[in-house]
Design a protein around this ligand. Structure first.
Ligand SMILES: C[S@@+](CC[C@H](N)C(=O)[O-])C[C@H]1O[C@@H](n2cnc3c(N)ncnc32)[C@H](O)[C@@H]1O
Length: 216
């Protein structure tokens, strides 16, 4: 199920052509060539807008891949900010550091190779923004950890929360029993919505982006 009509999705992305840089285009070409699930241009720009609107200086990413989403956060926090990237794959870390160095954004990047939630436990909260994009089965645990690490007034942002529509049962011909990833995302979305310390909304761009602001 497409959340957004592909023609509208293309229109949204095309609005950001002014932000093209050789490194950004190279990162996007790598995703297309390898089928790697980066957030893409529309959500990337949205991440930067959110981080800038929150005045973010300290950001943690749970699941950074090779640095595409970090590219946008690094722009938002500026050279004196911090973006803590995490990924279990050291090859992703090496690629990210190479791309972000060539983009002039390396100064604000701290890349931690390892399990994102273990890394988060070792970091020093609070953070202005915690972004979650790890394996979907880990979403409930990621939320439990992240919700404590965000400062009051800060943001929890999470990708893929509509999961190609599978959170509502998907297409009619799909099996009725949700798989592990879908069940975990549904549980995650329920917990975020029911947490009275946060006000949250799901922005239905690409695969659904959860944005939750900490109120108390
Ligand atoms: C969807 S990709 C991230 C894409 C990235 N946010 C972007 O848009 O450029 C998910 C990444 O999270 C990593 N990952 C999955 N589970 C993880 C975990 N528990 N801890 C750390 N990294 C994890 C994977 O290796 C993969 O690179």
């Amino acid at each position: 199920m497409d959340i957004v009509d592909p023609r509208v999705e293309d229109y949204l992305a095309s609005r950001h052509a002014v932000l093209d840089t050789p490194v950004l285009l190279e990162m996007e070409a790598e995703a297309a060539a390898r089928g790697f699930p980066i957030v893409g241009r529309t959500v990337g720009v949205a991440l930067e807008v959110l981080a800038r609107a929150a005045g973010a200086r300290r950001v943690v990413e749970l699941g950074s891949g090779y640095g595409y989403s970090a590219y946008w956060f690094a722009r938002a926090v500026g050279p004196d900010g911090e973006v803590h990237c995490t990924d279990t794959d050291p090859d992703n870390a090496a690629r990210a550091l190479d791309y972000l160095r060539r983009a002039g954004l390396a100064r604000q990047i701290r890349f931690h190779v390892g399990d994102a939630l273990e890394v988060l436990q070792r970091l020093d909260p609070p953070f202005d923004l915690v972004y979650n994009d790890i394996d979907k089965a880990g979403y409930p645990a990621a939320w439990r950890a992240a919700r404590e690490a965000v400062r009051v007034g800060g943001l929890y942002v999470c990708d893929n929360v509509l999961w190609s529509g599978r959170v509502v049962g998907g297409d009619a011909d799909e099996v009725a029993v949700p798989d592990e990833a879908t069940a975990a995302i549904v549980e995650h979305n329920r917990m975020v919505a029911e947490d009275e310390r946060y006000l949250s909304t799901i922005v239905p761009i690409r695969d659904g982006v959860m944005v939750a602001v900490r109120l108390g």
